[in-house]
Design a protein around this ligand. Structure first.
Ligand code: ATP
Ligand code: MG
Length: 301
């Protein structure tokens, strides 16, 4: 910790906060996540050991891991600082004029799917928490995943009180949790979360808006038993079909990552020349204009 200078807060989640920090010995700017856990020393040590596999998670679509340590009952986790922040803050708003163009949506989707395929094929892990706040971008236009479930111990320690409000969990996972059957789901549950996240990026808001439901129970019922949400108008038939397949209620009917990458929607991304850096710059200036200026993310020129 004494090698680090805190620069400011990047955001807060359900389990802790993320700070922008400068690591003096290496001169690298990092994002440091603090997770408060009421655990004994031996459990904290096993979490740190489990996090070690993150050193092998090296791919263009995965946020780089620098290391983790514990102080008292907190786990600190240092990763690559992504200077444009998470997708939720880049796409909000939702008006037609600023809607994410299909080519950009496609590039983002391709990165998410490639990242997930890497985690599954190379590390044999599923993500478990795919959602727009866990997809980060930088000003170069790179798109990377973070916060995937590498540590069983850490997952177990985080309160499971979090199904409500904005759930990206697939219907089968919600059903399993409600019946207390853990791990009744597989990698195809992440595919559902991909579909839901794409709709959120396109619409600019969570696809099951809490204000349209009497309570969280009704909202979860809608996810499990109601019709799946769809992309808004203005996107191609291929895009609609891609999302619809991700959101099939039967997990076994959802496509695999290999199949998703062969879908016409994503095939069109191959070799496409898309200026993601310019899109990020525009998104950042829109965000600044809305007054959501993060203290550590400077205004776009
Ligand atoms: P949850 O607690 O449910 O996972 P969350 O993903 O929003 O929700 P955190 O993971 O704690 O919560 O992250 C908080 C915020 O910090 C994110 O929304 C994101 O905007 C920002 N953030 C996280 N990691 C980085 C990073 N590596 N670089 C830049 N910003 C980051
Ligand atoms: Mg997160």
């Amino acid at each position: 910790m004494d090698e680090i200078e805190v620069q400011g807060e990047l955001g807060k989640g359900n389990y802790g906060s993320v700070q922008k920090v400068y690591h003096r010995p290496t001169g690298v700017m990092m994002a440091m996540k603090e997770i408060r856990l009421e655990l004994d020393e031996s459990r904290l040590t096993s979490i740190i050991m489990e996090l070690d596999i993150l050193h092998r998670a090296v791919a263009p679509e995965i946020v780089e891991f620098y290391g983790a340590f514990t102080i008292e009952s907190c786990v600190y986790y240092c990763m690559e600082f992504m200077d444009a922040g998470s997708l939720d803050t880049l796409t909000g708003g939702g008006s037609e004029a600023v809607r994410v163009p299909e080519a950009v949506l496609r590039r983002i989707t391709a990165a998410i799917v490639k990242g997930l395929r890497f985690l599954k094929d190379e590390l044999q892990i599923m993500h478990r928490d795919v959602k727009p706040t866990n997809v980060l971008m930088n000003r170069k236009g790179e798109i990377k995943l973070c916060d995937f479930g590498v540590s069983g111990q850490l997952e177990k320690s985080l309160a499971k009180t979090n199904i409500g409000c904005q759930s990206y969990m697939a219907p089968e996972r919600i059903k399993g949790e409600s019946q207390n059957q853990l791990s009744t789901y597989t990698v195809s549950s992440d595919v559902w979360s991909v579909g839901l996240s794409i709709i959120e990026l396109a619409k600019g808001c969570y696809p099951y808006p809490p204000e349209t439901f009497a309570n969280v129970f009704a909202q979860l019922q809608a996810i499990v038993y109601g019709p799946a949400p769809t992309l808004p108008h203005g996107y191609s038939a291929d895009a609609h079909d891609f999302v619809a397949k991700c959101l099939l209620k039967d997990p076994n009917a959802r496509p695999t990552y290999a199949q998703l990458l062969q879908h016409p929607f994503l095939l069109a991304d191959q070799n496409a020349d898309i200026d993601m850096a310019s899109w990020v710059a525009e998104a950042l200036s829109r965000r600044a204009a809305k007054g959501v200026i993060s203290p550590v993310v400077p205004l776009a020129a």
